[in-house]
Ligand binder design. Structure first.
Ligand code: SAH
Length: 270
């Protein structure tokens, strides 16, 4: 598709909630664009910043349609901001936009694509819980709408075995209720029932709630987990203190500053 010139795509992360967690760069991109494409709820949330812009609001599930529309508009010379909650590059709109561009044989430069990173849900949740992401961690989406459950199960098993702190996105919806319970079972195969679990709903939005429990008692809270919730599961060293969840910076026995011979790789495990 030929570019008539002047078009541009911004991929903008809006952060978890209100404008206080929106970056200056995101505000600048929203000011610079002619049109904003996004899920209706996020467009409504950012309404005060979007005055005078052409708004293309679509429903959940229409990600490819949104991406196609945005790319078409950019090719026709418009400056378009595609918005996602959190970070657009984490389970957001960046993937569909790159997919559409790739399918159209995009040359990598025209239209230019600029991504504005945002605060993702797991960072927002971690900030509200304490300091849970201090060692290696991973994010796993429990949505099997786009990923087969078998792949999700294998990732959960690997994360459990690898003692990663795990951020569970898309943990439960009206149509997907057993996945969080299944995830708990898999994690329990490698972690104790006392492993701290933080449940953060609507982080930095009205109605925000923060619950701390453990893997054993996660079942008691399953009903309260939904699509605006992120669940953080600690690793074997994560602990609770005065209502906060924290993972120490290093494993016990590792003393910061202690000289260690790193000139050779350690021997392989038997
Ligand atoms: N791009 C987003 C993630 C979109 S996937 C990001 O980077 O945060 C949607 C999932 O994100 C939800 O099901 C939920 O698990 C999580 N989420 C998004 N916003 C949230 C918030 N304010 N509080 C808690 N979880 C949130």
């Amino acid at each position: 598709m030929a570019n008539t010139g002047g078009g541009k795509l911004y991929l903008v992360g809006l952060g978890p909630g209100g404008s206080s967690h929106l970056t200056h760069a995101a505000v600048a991109a929203l000011q610079d664009c002619d049109a904003v494409v996004g899920y209706r709820v996020y467009i409504d949330q950012a309404a005060e910043l979007l005055e005078g812009k052409e708004l293309v609001a679509m429903e959940l599930g229409q990600e490819m349609e949104r991406a196609t529309k945005a790319v078409e508009m950019a090719y026709s010379g418009r400056v378009v901001a595609v918005v996602s909650s959190g970070d657009a590059g984490i389970y957001g709109m960046s993937g569909p936009v790159f997919q559409v561009l790739t399918d159209l044989g995009w040359d990598g430069d025209n239209p230019p694509v600029e991504t504005i990173p945002g605060v993702s849900a797991m960072q927002a949740a971690a900030a509200l819980l304490g300091a849970p992401l201090m060692q290696d961690f991973c994010a796993i989406s429990l949505s099997d709408l786009l990923t087969p459950w078998d792949a999700i199960r294998r990732r959960l098993e690997a994360a459990a075995q690898g003692d990663f702190v795990v951020a569970l996105y898309n943990p439960r919806s009206r149509g997907r209720q057993w996945q969080i319970l299944e995830a708990r079972k898999i994690l329990l195969q490698h972690r104790s029932g006392q492993t701290p679990v933080g449940i953060v709903r609507d982080a930095f939005r009205p109605g925000q709630s923060v619950t701390i429990t453990d893997l054993e008692h996660l079942v008691d809270h399953a009903e309260a987990i939904d699509m605006v919730t992120t669940v953080l599961v600690g690793n074997s060293t994560t602990y609770l203190h005065q209502g906060h969840m924290a993972t120490p910076r290093g494993y016990e026995g590792k003393i910061a500053g202690q000289p260690q011979d790193r000139s050779q790789p350690p021997p392989a495990a038997p």
